[in-house]
Design a protein around this ligand. Structure first.
Ligand SMILES: Cc1cc2nc3c(=O)[nH]c(=O)nc-3n(C[C@H](O)[C@H](O)[C@H](O)COP(=O)(O)OP(=O)(O)OC[C@H]3O[C@@H](n4cnc5c(N)ncnc54)[C@H](O)[C@@H]3O)c2cc1C
Length: 387
């Protein structure tokens, strides 16, 4: 086995301006809860859609933090974004509306977008007003993403797109979907070649968005079909045929952030308060164990943010953070179920019962969304040279 590139990441940074920023966003969020601007919930980054809250964050400069000032961003680093994200997710704030746009579309536009695409989308993203959905998975292509069958054929002035995307979070509310398509016939000897990305406006003729309700009856994701949709040349995203490399680098942003270990943090806080109140050593030691693991995950996730700040590829360590982090989120739920003497109830007056219910409802998706844990384990194994 050679060197272990997956572990080649610097330790967590400490800097005064990050601490100041953390203090600002934390006190803003505390006041927002007191003022009833939002009610903290588990999985708020995925289940909480609140456009006025996204715009409010935009006004404070907390969306598009890493975007250049010329585009309305704050011109700061991925570490600054990391701090803000961590506070938002930990607070259980409803941030799903702008999450994909802020997390991966903004950086991707800077990396691959044309000047026209940047001018068109980046200022709105930074204002918390422009939302993107991510259309990668298909009915028969999830883990094996290179097998996507959605196809775009070159026609005069643009592309004709046909196909179906599945589990597209927020497509029913986002203005645009970033769609991974095949632009050349499948070559079984080079399956990752011939893929491209298109920005498709959700209101384009031929786009149909059908809701998929989860077990709790909530509507977060969709099946999106494209029936000979015309996509102008100006909406080809990045280079034709480079879709695989682009998606891979976007997944570095998608997999490494605090939302992969803090989705159940509001429940953990409740659990910690409960353990302190009971003083039962079984409870305090269970919570202590969870907090120790959280500390490690935070260090790892920071390390990836440093890598992103240095514009280094982060696909591998991001996969590791997500695999460990999402298992951790699920463990918080299991331990809370054992320790808390309450029944989960989304409509209860008891905040603990509500948080527990929200966490239980979201938990099945933790280790699936953004790539399943089996797939991530395979990536990490390959990365460290044991497979
Ligand atoms: C809450 C939620 C939100 C989502 N949002 C989006 C979104 O916005 N956009 C989007 O494009 N997708 C989204 N997805 C889809 C998600 O990315 C896919 O569900 C995921 O990648 C798995 O694909 P699949 O469902 O086709 O399962 P499959 O790929 O069919 O996998 C089924 C099972 O087989 C295992 N498996 C598959 N291949 C292998 C292998 N080679 N080795 C070992 N095990 C394997 C998997 O780990 C899994 O357990 C979302 C999913 C969820 C749950």
């Amino acid at each position: 086995m050679g060197e272990m590139p997956v572990l080649d990441a610097p330790a967590a940074p400490v800097s005064a301006d990050l601490d100041v920023l953390r203090g600002q966003i934390r006190s803003f969020l505390r006041e927002a809860v007191v003022d009833g601007v939002f009610v903290p919930r588990c999985d708020g980054w995925h289940a909480g859609w609140d456009e006025s809250f996204s715009r409010l964050l935009g006004k404070h400069g907390w969306v598009g933090i890493t975007l250049p000032v010329a585009y309305g961003g704050a011109g700061l680093t991925p570490l600054h974004r990391h701090v803000v994200s961590e506070e938002l997710v930990a607070a259980g704030a409803p941030v799903n509306a702008h999450w994909a746009a802020d997390r991966q579309m903004g950086p991707a536009l800077l990396e691959h977008g044309t000047a026209e695409q940047r001018d068109r989308f980046l200022p709105g993203i930074a204002r918390g007003e422009v939302y993107f959905a991510i259309g990668m998975s298909e009915p028969d292509s999830g883990s094996d993403l290179a097998s996507v069958r959605s196809r775009a054929t070159k026609i005069e002035g643009g592309w004709r797109l046909s196909g179906t995307k599945l589990w597209v979070t927020g497509a029913h509310r986002a203005q645009a979907v970033l769609v991974l398509v095949r632009t050349r016939p499948l070559d079984e000897t080079a399956r990752h070649a011939g893929l491209s990305q298109l920005i498709v406006m959700a209101d384009s003729p031929g786009v149909e968005i059908r809701p998929i309700h989860n077990l709790a009856g909530d509507h977060h994701f969709n099946e999106v079909s494209f029936d000979d949709v015309f996509v102008p040349d100006s909406m080809l995203f990045g280079a034709e045929g480079e879709g695989w490399a682009q998606v891979t680098s976007e997944l570095g942003f998608e997999r490494s952030g605090p939302e992969r270990y803090l989705s159940t943090f509001p429940l953990l806080q409740h659990l910690a308060r409960y353990a302190r109140a009971t003083g039962d050593p079984r409870h305090t030691s269970a919570v202590g164990g969870l907090i120790a693991r959280l500390w490690t995950l935070r260090q790892m996730s920071y390390a990836v943010a440093v890598q992103l700040a240095q514009r280094r590829s982060a696909e591998l360590p991001a996969a590791l953070v997500k695999e460990l982090g999402t298992r951790y989120e699920g463990d918080v739920v299991e331990i809370a179920r054992e320790v808390l003497a309450i029944e989960p109830d989304p409509d209860s007056d008891d905040q603990g019962a509500v948080l527990l219910a929200q966490a239980i409802q979201s938990a099945p998706g933790f280790t699936i969304r953004g790539g399943t844990n089996e797939i991530l384990q395979g990536l990490v194994a390959k990365g460290v040279g044991v497979r």
